[in-house]
Design a protein around this ligand. Structure first.
Ligand code: HOZ
Length: 427
């Protein structure tokens, strides 16, 4: 599938960039494919440097809920750029943006803007530790919260894709301050609280896991986390970098009706530019410097291009029927794919929440990382290659999500289903 110009760039990239990519999963190694180099995108489609056009179901791994190069977003960024690209000083757009976030995301009373999801989760953990005066953090196996040291323990996303259980370079003292437990398992959390009484600062969770493939929280799981955190004086952090503005306008916390103490946001919130955020209860956020002693800073934080893009995207997401449309398109694609896999008798187990889903190539059920890992990744890779050959660009890993956006109309859904029909015929 990869043509001459992409192959040429791929060879050059590997000489000067580790693995040829600036983020590991992009290398497409897990699906035995060389990555096409992308030149442009519009709506639901991207084009590579050889002129191949693909129907994109990755959407830059989540940010592009409106599709590529949405005209209103492009205009907003252009308007901002004309006035200057960075000031390192307060701007009106930051205030408007923070006000908008506080209005839309149920648990946010104050918010701090940063530049990446990794920075948001890392900062939220420091704040949780500073606020509680405790050191330990609980995360869940297969959840991925960016690449800061303490969070690369039993992590999903690229680490799951590459089969890396831990990361050299993370000091034992730091990894040892993170307890990783099975997702959807409240009993393990209760035991962890019992055996580390008064030492756990926070529990951080993807309220819908998206980085071991999509795994839904079992009914009562999120409410149970809330209750256990309250009982033991720990903070609950929802990592809504993927779910924020995707599974509902107010994220998973709105959809499931459970409010965390702190929330991290990324991807959609930045409208396709490098912007992320963390926020939560006023009393906690007031511990952040210069209000309080917990230090965190950034030259490009609240960057005017990124706030312009983010503000425009959030405005457009407030239009009527946006989330109904996303739900309908996503359900149509998900149901259709399920029928195709079933008709062919392929082992599969799907999970969908709003505009994010995964078909695991295993009979399932999949409820956590251990069960997600029973998937036949070779079968997934074959499916991926078949789809790519037919112009459908899916996340190149069994342990990532298919992300539906507003640019996926009936024609795009039908095209993906037709490609899937053709692909499985070869199996
Ligand atoms: N962390 C992203 C997957 N969940 C990958 C980001 C990228 O490679 O661009």
């Amino acid at each position: 599938m990869t043509d001459r110009r992409s192959l040429e760039l791929w060879a050059r990239a590997q000489e000067v960039i580790p693995g040829g990519v600036n983020s590991p999963v992009r290398a497409m190694a897990a699906v035995g494919q060389n990555p096409p180099f992308i030149k442009s995108g519009r709506g639901a489609y991207i084009e590579d440097v050889d002129g191949n056009r693909y129907l994109d179901y990755v959407g830059s791994w989540g940010p592009l809920i409106l599709g590529h190069a949405h005209p209103e977003v492009v205009k907003a960024v252009q308007r901002a750029a004309e006035k200057g690209t960075s000031f390192g000083a307060p701007t009106e757009a930051e205030v408007l943006f923070a006000e908008k976030l506080v209005k839309l995301v149920p648990s946010l009373e104050m918010v701090r803007l940063v530049s990446s999801g990794t920075e948001a989760t890392m900062s939220a953990l420091r704040l949780a530790r500073g606020y509680t005066g405790r050191d330990l953090i609980v995360k869940f196996d297969g959840c991925y919260h960016g690449h800061s040291d303490g969070l690369l323990v039993s992590a999903g996303s690229g680490l799951a894709t590459l089969g890396l259980p831990a990361c050299p370079g993370v000091p034992e003292a730091i990894a040892g301050a993170t307890l990783s437990l099975p997702y959807n398992d409240l009993e393990s959390l209760a035991s962890a609280f019992a055996s580390h009484d008064g030492q756990i600062a926070a529990v951080i969770v993807e309220p819908v896991a998206g980085n071991m493939g999509v795994v839904e929280p079992k009914p009562g799981f999120l409410a149970g986390l809330r209750q256990l955190c309250d009982q033991h004086g720990a903070l609950l952090i929802f990592d809504e970098v993927i779910t924020g503005f995707r599974v509902a306008l107010g994220g998973a916390q709105e959809r499931f009706g459970v409010l965390p103490d702190l929330t991290t946001l990324g991807k959609i919130v930045g409208g396709g530019l490098p912007l992320a955020a963390y926020g939560g209860r006023r009393e906690i956020m007031q511990r952040v410097a210069p209000c309080g002693p917990v230090y965190q800073a950034g030259t490009l934080s609240g960057n005017p291009l990124a706030t312009a893009a983010g503000l425009m995207v959030l405005e457009l997401l407030q239009a009527p029927r946006v989330y109904e449309t996303l739900e309908e398109s996503s359900a149509r694609l998900y149901d259709g794919l399920g029928q195709i896999l079933a008709a062919k008798g392929l082992p599969h187990c799907g999970q969908r929440v709003g505009a994010m889903f995964t078909y695991f190539f295993t009979a399932g059920p999949v409820t956590d990382y251990a069960s997600a890992k029973t998937s036949d990744t070779a079968l997934f890779a074959r499916f991926h290659r078949g789809m790519l050959k037919r112009g459908i660009y899916l996340a190149p890993s069994q342990f990532e999500a298919t992300l539906v956006c507003l640019a996926h109309g009936p024609q795009e859904i039908d095209a993906a289903l037709a490609a899937a029909e053709e692909t499985v015929k070869e199996f």
